[in-house]
Write a new protein. Structure first.
Length: 56
């Protein structure tokens, strides 16, 4: 009798999915650095300067 293999494929897919989520969660910055996928530099946000003529 031949055993169906779809559940074996499902188990392997779940393990690979968990591994991929773990890599993404823990080491995604390192992975982007290895492949040269560095994020674009954004302009720094400047804080508003309080004016000298404030009334109290």
């Amino acid at each position: 009798m031949v055993r169906p293999r779809w559940h074996d494929a499902l188990i392997v897919s779940a393990i690979v999915g968990l591994l991929a989520v773990g890599v993404w969660a823990l080491w995604w910055d390192d992975v982007r650095g290895w492949f040269g996928w560095e994020p674009k530099e954004e302009a720094p946000v400047k804080a508003p300067v309080p004016s000298a003529n404030t009334q109290t």
